[in-house]
Design a protein around this ligand. Structure first.
Ligand code: N01
Length: 582
């Protein structure tokens, strides 16, 4: 089986070394956390399993990997100079450009010297006496830190199905989330792609350009909207840069943490002709903003039926063979699963060497030396691409032995689904923070915005702790319970909670079914975090306070004083089911 190569980095293990903070992961979250903590004068050690920075964008090097948020918005906002000096080449950035950006940030802020690459954290244990975390790695490091910050990513733990006969297969088996660093050339080969989610939908058109034969194994079809990607228009780039802070502010005030035009009117109030026109207009804009055509699409099944039918018609318009088109048409909620954004996906099925195998009724039976057996037929292939997704949101936590107070294992606490307070922390695990943890908007917001908000909140919290001389901060169980209940209640309002998606853990057998991200909208969530902070970290216990007489000031990072546009996003708007959520 092929997985990305690990360059060996020879170094001495760090044993008995103390830091203020340990950060697990050097993706966008870990990098910014390191930058902020350094700015506060804290010492931090970052451990990263890969050989370089970039996290998700380091690992997902599959052909066609590209972001589905516009480049000018999918970037850090904390540095105005960085915003002004970095240039993106395409409207939607391909993976190499985003990785280059991550590497530039690491260079620019001199981050690498505090990162240990090629090092996977294996265990993190809270030492109750010392009130510190002990962190162990697969390179023999055993270090101690006051804070343990999990920057492990939401989509980082690959879901590699345990197909019978996988070891018998003589060709390479790739997973899109662990793509090799060296170029993979499928020229002249028979390739089997398993899965039809975002990663597959992006990679299939590119693989088809090389392969002699491409067979796609589909368990569930997906809706997809064309990206209409294009080269960056220099005039548009200049215009955005001239107003960048204003754009950043608008992004923060949107339910999704990124900006696009949307319409709050209900689809059901429009006539069929009006709807058709509206859908065509939004379709021509492409990508995720298509879901902004109406405000009730993810709340009212009848409204959703109208956009779903439009989406299916688009598939039938493109795919020549009616039987293949039928198989490619989902009958699920439109946007119930993460909406896919493509460049020529459905068109690929018109190529004579591309075929689709429906495995919705019977799963793949086994792999043989030279093929994939499904529906009783052996499909000969030279290489297999598993675009089978991730154990989302909690998978990367499960891979580390995390032990809190009283020997409580995080996997045990989360056995029936993750429980957090604000997706930032979890009771029983003092001084452990999670960047974009379950229960926060995370994957339902633009990730880099969500990351920055969490990192800033944590940094501000640590400043507060230093002001009052607190040693530990820990979520209180009753506040955590209320938050978990709220996350579940809000999820029920959205049709999203009815789809069998990775948001619910439904893609991996045996995982508990709980809607994991917070769907109530990014600015409402930010408002809640700010309120908790301004109320002196309500719902948290701060312990070991030395300066109890100190009058702490609120350290809220200025950019998060986000004005909540209550016309389009408020608890009332959500209850009235009038919020376009992407
Ligand atoms: O993973 P997925 P992904 N046998 O879980 C199928 C982000 N992302 O890597 O639907 C056969 O969506 C599975 O079938 P089913 C984005 O948020 C963003 O594509 O579970 N098939 C499904 O078809 C995205 O949502 C970008 O029935 C099996 C597929 O594999 C998220 O990452 C690009 C199987 C997995 O789809 C995950 O996307 C890429 C089995 N045993 C990813 N197990 C952009 O920015 C699973 N499947 C554009």
């Amino acid at each position: 089986m092929s997985i990305s190569k690990k360059a060996t980095e020879s170094r001495d293990a760090e044993v008995d070394v103390k830091y203020d903070a340990v950060i697990v992961g050097a993706g966008f979250a870990g990098m910014y956390m390191l930058h902020r903590l350094r700015g506060q004068g804290l010492s931090a050690r970052v451990f990263e399993a890969g050989t370089g920075v970039g996290g998700t964008w380091y690992w997902n090097r599959y052909p066609g990997a590209r972001c589905d948020i516009m480049s000018m918005q999918y970037s850090y906002s904390f540095s105005e100079e960085l915003d002004q000096e970095w240039n993106w080449s395409e409207k939607y950035s391909p993976q190499p450009d985003i990785l280059a950006y991550a590497e530039h940030v690491a260079e620019r802020f001199d981050l690498r010297k505090d990162i240990r690459f090629n090092t996977r954290v294996t265990a993190a244990t809270f030492d109750e006496e010392a009130k510190r975390w002990q962190v162990e790695t697969d390179q023999g490091d055993v270090i101690s830190a006051q804070f343990c910050i999990m920057a492990v990513g939401c989509l980082s733990s690959a879901n590699m199905p345990d197909f019978e006969g996988i070891d018998d297969f003589e060709g390479p088996v790739y997973h899109t989330g662990h793509w090799p660093h060296e170029e993979v050339d499928f020229t002249g080969q028979r390739v089997g792609v398993i899965g039809t989610g975002s990663s597959a939908i992006q990679s299939i058109p590119i693989i088809a350009q090389q392969a002699a034969e491409l067979t796609v194994f589909q368990r569930t079809p997906n809706y997809s909207v064309p990206a209409w990607n294009e080269m960056m228009d220099p005039d548009e780039e200049r215009a955005v840069k001239a107003e960048y802070p204003a754009l950043r502010e608008k992004m923060r005030s949107r339910p999704t943490g990124f900006y696009f035009e949307f319409n709050t009117q209900p689809a059901l109030d429009a006539t069929p002709e009006e709807r058709e026109g509206q859908y065509e207009t939004f379709w021509s804009r492409g990508g995720l903003p298509f879901l902004g055509a109406y405000g009730d699409l993810l709340f009212e099944k009848e409204a959703n039926d109208t956009i779903a039918e439009f989406g299916r018609r688009k598939i039938r318009d493109v795919v020549d063979d009616p039987a293949t088109a039928d198989l490619l048409c989902p009958d699920d909620i439109f946007g119930g699963k993460r909406l896919c954004v493509d460049s020529g996906y459905f068109e690929t099925y018109n190529l004579p060497h591309v075929s689709l195998v429906d495995i919705s009724e019977r799963p793949i039976e086994r792999l043989t030396k030279q093929g994939i057996v499904a529906n009783g037929t052996e499909y000969p292939v030279d290489a297999i691409v598993c675009a089978t997704g991730f154990a989302a949101m909690t998978g990367s936590f499960d891979n580390i032995r995390i032990t809190g107070r009283n020997g409580l294992a995080l996997t045990e606490k989360w056995r029936a689904g993750p429980r957090t307070y604000l997706g930032l922390s979890t009771a029983g695990f003092p001084n452990m923070f999670m960047i974009t943890g379950p229960g926060s908007p995370s994957v339902l917001a633009s990730m880099i915005q969500a990351i920055e908000q969490h990192v800033d909140w944590m940094s501000d919290c640590i400043s507060h702790m230093r002001d009052i001389g607190a040693q530990t901060i820990e979520a209180e169980v009753n506040y955590e319970d209320d938050w978990v209940e709220h996350v579940n209640e809000v999820a029920k309002i959205s049709l999203r909670s009815t789809s069998s998606s990775w948001y619910l853990g439904a893609n991996v057998p045996g995982r508990p079914r709980v809607f994991m991200p917070y769907i109530g909208g990014f600015p409402i969530y930010v408002d809640k975090c700010n309120e908790v902070m301004t109320k002196g970290f309500e719902g948290f216990t701060l312990d070991g306070t030395k300066n109890s007489d100190a009058q702490p000031r609120v350290h809220l990072t200025e950019r998060w004083r986000v004005p909540v546009d209550t016309d389009v996003i408020s608890p009332a708007a959500i209850a009235a089911k009038r919020v376009p959520i992407v």
